[in-house]
Design a protein around this ligand. Structure first.
Ligand code: HEM
Length: 298
């Protein structure tokens, strides 16, 4: 049953209070130790993930690489079917160290989106691809649904372009994606998809979802390009991998939005991307730049 507006507001208020509590508690509790972020007794503890088995025909997969990877490792059912929303809550908490408030809220939101009941119903991964539910146009790692109805397919060209944008370096000189890199590539995806897709839509809420999903690449996955190649192209968790979030209560919604999602969204500028693209095309064609053209005219 779809939640009423009152139920939606009550859920957001409850989660907001919880999230504030976890955010404050994280300030005083000790950090988890590197190497022991995934809890003992959970798949992935000590960096040992269950065997990776790619999906076979008939398995259900979706537009979310993080959930697909969990199914590929058998943390969620390998066929991607009949998953309870509560099961997803507890498993994303242990696998990725997102905060308990996020892990409760997003599956609840998904249940509402699918007209299902959080505490009772199940879903198949592919159901999450409901267009303009959470899934939307101009994603960073999927072609728009207008061009590719199967949203479970990683779009290799976009993933390679995205990772090639990385300008950061870690302490060992390895490539790291930054907030600015993510904003720049999102500007390109939005402007290109807007120009190319005759059925393009991107409401404000879907811009926010887009920046939130993309921001997990910087937070949970630490922006590490080497890891992201495996996670995004194969939908596999690398051997020895663990969430980069060390806080005891995980990544809370407040911290996620304040430190990453909002700065990523704020930095997205389609007009700047289009102006730079035009300039580069003119330079490549040998045409006079705007400044040169006006001096010729004089
Ligand atoms: C609570 C469960 C979750 C649900 C229901 C969910 C659902 C989705 C959906 C529907 C998309 C496609 C959005 C689009 O069109 O771009 C998506 C994308 C994505 N999600 Fe999830 N997700 C969940 C949890 C997670 C977690 C825990 C992570 C990270 C650890 C994550 C990382 C991503 C990434 C990186 C994308 C790709 C963004 C892009 O293409 O621009 N998701 N998710």
């Amino acid at each position: 049953m779809a939640p009423s507006s009152f139920a939606k507001i009550a859920l957001a208020a409850k989660v907001g209070v919880w999230d504030l509590y976890y955010t404050l508690a994280n300030q005083v509790l000790p950090l988890r130790k590197v190497g022991s972020v995934t809890p003992e007794g959970h798949p992935g503890a000590g960096g040992k993930w269950p065997e990776f088995v790619p999906p076979k025909d008939g398995d259900s997969r979706c537009s979310c690489p993080a959930l697909n990877a969990m199914a590929n490792h058998g943390i969620l059912p390998h066929d991607g079917k009949n998953i309870s929303f509560e099961e997803m809550n507890h498993k994303i908490r242990a696998t990725y160290n997102f905060g308990p408030s996020f892990c409760y809220f997003v599956p609840n939101y998904a249940a509402g989106m699918l007209n299902k009941t959080y505490g009772k119903d199940t879903f198949d991964l592919a159901e999450l691809d409901l267009h303009n539910g959470i899934e939307h146009d101009a994603s960073l790692i999927r072609e728009d649904i207008y061009f590719e109805p199967d949203q479970s397919k990683p779009h290799v060209q976009f993933i390679k372009e995205l990772l090639a944008e990385a300008t950061g370096k870690d302490e060992n000189g390895k490539a790291i994606l930054t907030i600015e890199d993510l904003s720049r590539y999102s500007s390109k995806r939005r402007a290109d998809a807007r120009a190319k897709n005759p059925e393009f839509t991107l409401e404000k809420i879907h811009k926010t979802f887009g920046s939130s999903n993309a921001s997990t690449l910087l937070t949970i996955f630490g922006g590490r390009v080497e890891d992201l190649e495996t996670i995004l192209l194969e939908e596999r968790l690398p051997e020895g991998w663990e969430s980069r979030i060390l806080e005891s209560y995980g990544l809370t919604i407040i911290t996620f939005n304040a430190k990453t999602v909002n700065p990523v969204e704020k930095g997205i500028d389609e007009e700047k991307y289009l102006a730079e693209k035009k300039k580069a095309e003119e330079a490549a064609a040998g045409a006079p730049t705007e400044g040169e053209a006006s001096s010729i005219a004089k």
